[in-house]
Unconditional design. Structure first.
Length: 387
């Protein structure tokens, strides 16, 4: 059975084609700059400018390029960023479900409209396939109320649904399921997804019990361009001076590594400039690592004994320097990094703690699309068994 996975952003769509249940990746391609005159299609070495005024045109182009007839595709899994409290697991998309996703757009105004555009384009092109929504927030719906509520008057939760939702759920679930497989029992520990966006999750017996991102992906550790945790009074102060819109832009797009270094949001560039003696870049890296260590400490406190810590995402998978900065001084907590294994581990799965470390440290490359394909396949196979 062939399953397509769609990841639709405001001006891009990434598509993966999997053969299931083997989880064999058959194709990976994308269209960027949708809606612009220089929309670009890429597939491996191939890169060309195409006409893609909207998501439907982009997806049609990809299907034609891959020579896919709509009948070749049994199911399509769609990444959906915000599922609110309604969606606690992957869900087949019906007109009612689509309406419910649309109703959540006030919570994710940048992500929901393109997610819906991708769903509608997919349904138009492949009307006979089963379409499944896989939510970034669903994995975190197991958090207890004392973890997901903010200490503001209750009415803002009951009426306005202001609470911690958490994001990157598909990635945290993927790497923790992989760790459960390695360990032979459900994983208890801390997963660190460190990419352009970063989030840390506390996991007990395979279930999320707390996570650093909150009502939006702005909360938590410092990120490429996002501030992460900040005294709310600073936000009020900034909003008074700059206005709401400018403050939003400042905290989401101009802060984090970029704001501190005044140079770049790309960790590789900051490592290089810090090496050359740039003190702002070094401070940005120090703040970045320090805050992640602080989250790890707080999650150790709430979890009790744990199996391990998992690092993933572009930074977690590829940067021994940052991993060392985050973890090197935690031996008193039973977290014993093996410096040689750490240096040797770039972009592949490995255990990088010493043999005798009470808490294991794993590097596990994430694969959100594979998990979306897996969940989509499961739902589709189940539905066809019961029909
Ligand atoms: P996204 O969150 O957009 O999916 P990624 O998971 O690809 O992003 O992570 C991007 C980050 O990973 C960037 O800060 C980049 O500098 C960093 N990164 C990628 N490769 C390396 C590397 N070899 N060493 C250090 N950092 C890296």
């Amino acid at each position: 059975m062939n399953v397509l996975v769609f990841n639709s952003g405001s001006s891009s769509v990434k598509i993966r084609l999997f053969q299931m249940p083997e989880e064999r990746l058959l194709a990976a391609c994308q269209v960027e700059k949708i809606g612009q005159p220089d929309a670009t299609f890429s597939h491996g070495e191939i890169e060309k400018v195409i006409s893609a005024p909207d998501h439907t045109a982009a997806i049609s182009y990809i299907c034609n390029h891959l020579n896919l007839s709509p009948n070749d595709i049994a199911a399509v899994g769609h990444r959906v960023v915000q599922g609110g409290e309604k969606f606690i697991e992957a869900t087949p998309i019906t007109p009612h479900v689509e309406k419910e996703i649309d109703a959540l757009k006030a919570f994710a105004p940048l992500h929901t409209p393109p997610n819906i555009a991708g769903i509608q384009a997919g349904q138009t092109i492949m009307p006979h396939a089963t379409h499944v929504a896989v939510f970034d927030t669903a994995f975190h719906q197991t958090m207890p109320e004392h973890a997901y509520r903010y200490a503001i008057p209750t009415i803002y939760y009951t009426r306005d649904h202001i609470r911690r939702y958490g994001f990157h759920g598909t990635s945290h679930r993927y790497v923790s399921e992989r760790a459960s497989e390695i360990l032979g029992h459900p994983f208890t520990g801390i997963t660190c997804h460190l990419g352009n966006g970063c989030s840390i999750t506390a996991i007990k017996n395979g279930q999320s019990v707390d996570t650093s991102m909150g009502f939006t992906p702005l909360e938590g550790v410092a990120m490429g361009t996002r501030s992460g945790d900040i005294d709310p009074a600073v936000v009020l102060n900034l909003a008074q001076k700059l206005g709401i819109k400018e403050t939003d832009h400042l905290l989401n797009r101009e802060s984090g590594l970029l704001g501190l270094s005044e140079k770049s949001n790309d960790l590789r560039e900051l490592l290089a400039s810090a090496q050359e003696g740039d003190t702002k870049s070094q401070l940005a890296l120090n703040i970045f690592s320090y805050r992640i260590t602080k989250y790890i400490g707080s999650y150790l406190a709430i979890l009790g004994p744990i199996d391990g810590i998992i690092l993933t995402g572009g930074i977690g998978e590829n940067s021994p320097d940052i991993r060392q900065q985050i973890l090197a001084n935690l031996t008193h907590l039973g977290i014993c990094l093996d410096l040689t294994k750490n240096t040797a581990c770039i972009g592949q799965e490995n255990t990088i703690s010493i043999e005798t470390s009470p808490i294991k440290i794993f590097v596990i490359p994430t694969d959100e699309e594979r998990l979306i394909a897996r969940q989509t396949y499961r739902l589709t196979a189940n539905a066809s068994m019961h029909s």
